[in-house]
Design a protein around this ligand. Structure first.
Ligand SMILES: Nc1ncnc2c1ncn2[C@@H]1O[C@H](COP(=O)(O)OP(=O)(O)OP(=O)(O)O)[C@@H](O)[C@H]1O
Ligand SMILES: [Mg+2]
Length: 336
C-alpha cells in the first residue's frame, strides 16, 4: 500500500492510495487516557490514544492530536525534521488512524515531505529515510484490534513541489512561463519558482526557499497581546482552542475576542510575507504565468497574498495539496 504523510509543524495530513484520509494536530503527549473519562460519560474523546510496539519489543503509549493538545502537549519546534522528536511517532500514528495496520503485516511504501530549506540538504533527506525505512511495528489506535506494518520504502519530496503537482493535476499543466507556488503552513512559508522546460518543471533554487511565519506565528502574536494586557501567561494552545470554538477567550473574568485579534495578526503577517516573496522573486514576478497558493495559512491569508499577482489562485483543498501531490509523485515513480 502507498501512503503519503505530510507532517506539518501544525497538522499531520495523510492520504492512502485507497483514498482514505486522516489529519490531526502534530502534537504528541504522554498523559492519562482521558478518552476513558469521556467514554464514561458517553462521548468519544477527541484525538487518539496510540500504542506502538517496535520490533525490538519496546512499547510506548501516547496521546496524539487534540487529545495531546488538551493534555498540554506542545508542537515539537526543532527546525530539522529528523531532529523533531515526534516525527516518527506522528507518521506511525497516521498509519494507525488510516487503518493501514493489519493482523497480517501490511507492507507500506511511504511518501513524505520536507520544507524546502531542509530538502535542499541531502543529509536531511537521508536521515529521514534512514529513520523510517525498514521499520516494523505493531500499532493500535484507541481500542481497535491493532495490527502490524512494515515500512518497505520511503520517498522524500519537497513540500511545495507536492502542492505544485496537485495544481498541475488540477489543470494547470497548460501554463507556459515560470510558475510560482506559495505554501503557507503553521510555522513556515515555502515559496517555489518553477521554470517549465521541455523535460518538465525545474525549480529555480536561487529564487525558492522558506520564510519563517505561518498561522502559528499569528496565534503566538495573539497569545502575547492577551498576556501583556492581563499579566497572565496565556498558552498558545488556549488561543488555538478558542479560535476553533466560540472565538472568545475569558481571562480573569474579561472576554477577549481572539478571532478579531487573529484577523488583524493575519493581515500584518500576510503583508510581511508578501514583501519577503516580492524581494525573492523581484525580477520574475511580473513574468509569472500562474501563481498558486496552498496550505492552511495560504487559505487564511489569501486576501493579502493575492496582491502579489493578478492570476493568483488558491488551490482547491489547499491543506491536503502537499499530501495529494506526494502521493501522485510516488505513484508515477512506481509506474516508471
Ligand atoms: N482540517 C482542517 N480544517 C480546517 N483548518 C485546518 C485544518 N488543518 C489545518 N487547518 C488550518 O491550517 C493551519 C495550518 O496549515 P497547514 O496544515 O498547511 O500547516 P502545516 O503544514 O502543519 O505547517 P508547516 O507547513 O509550517 O509545517 C492551521 O493552523 C489551521 O488554521
Ligand atoms: Mg505544510
Amino acid at each position: 500500500m502507498l501512503v503519503s504523510v505530510d507532517v506539518g509543524y501544525g497538522y499531520t495530513k495523510a492520504v492512502a492510495d485507497t483514498g482514505r484520509r486522516a489529519w490531526f494536530p502534530s502534537v504528541v503527549a504522554q498523559g492519562p487516557g482521558f478518552g476513558r473519562l469521556a467514554s464514561s460519560i458517553g462521548v468519544a474523546g477527541p484525538g487518539h490514544e496510540v500504542t506502538v510496539r517496535q520490533a525490538d519489543g519496546t512499547e510506548s503509549r501516547f496521546l496524539v492530536g487534540e487529545a495531546a493538545l488538551l493534555s498540554n502537549g506542545v508542537r515539537s519546534w526543532d527546525l530539522t525534521s529528523s531532529g523533531r522528536r515526534d516525527y516518527g511517532r506522528l507518521v506511525l500514528s497516521a498509519l494507525g488512524v488510516l487503518g493501514v495496520a493489519q493482523p497480517e503485516t501490511a507492507d507500506v511504501d511511504l511518501a513524505l515531505g520536507l520544507p524546502l530549506f531542509a530538502f535542499f540538504q541531502a543529509d536531511e533527506r537521508r536521515r529521514l529515510q534512514q529513520q523510517l525505512a525498514g521499520q516494523r511495528a505493531w500499532i493500535q489506535v484507541g481500542r481497535d484490534g491493532g495490527g502490524y506494518v512494515h515500512i518497505r520504502d520511503v520517498k522524500v519530496y519537497a513540500q511545495a513541489v507536492g502542492a505544485y503537482v496537485t495544481a498541475a493535476g488540477d489543470g494547470a499543466s497548460a501554463t507556459q512561463g515560470p510558475v510560482g507556488l506559495i505554501d503557507v503552513g503553521y510555522r513556515t512559508t515555502d515559496y517555489l519558482l518553477l521554470n517549465l522546460t521541455p523535460v518538465g518543471p525545474v525549480p529555480d533554487e536561487a529564487r525558492s526557499g522558506s520564510a519563517d511565519g505561518g498561522v502559528g506565528t499569528a496565534i503566538e502574536g495573539v497569545a502575547r497581546s492577551v498576556s501583556e494586557e492581563t499579566g497572565v501567561l496565556v498558552p498558545d494552545s488556549m488561543v488555538e482552542s478558542a479560535l476553533g470554538a466560540s472565538g472568545a477567550l475569558m481571562v480573569k473574568g474579561r472576554r477577549y475576542d481572539v478571532r478579531d485579534m487573529m484577523t488583524r495578526e493575519l493581515e500584518g503577517l500576510g503583508a510581511r510575507l508578501v514583501d519577503q516573496i516580492r524581494r525573492a522573486w523581484d525580477d520574475r514576478l511580473d513574468f509569472l504565468d500562474a501563481l498558486f497558493v496552498a496550505g492552511g495559512g495560504g487559505q487564511a491569508m489569501f486576501p493579502q497574498l493575492k496582491a502579489l499577482h493578478p492570476s493568483a489562485t488558491l488551490l482547491d483543498d489547499p491543506i491536503f495539496a502537499n499530501a495529494r501531490g506526494f502521493l501522485s509523485l510516488a505513484q508515477s515513480e512506481r509506474q516508471a
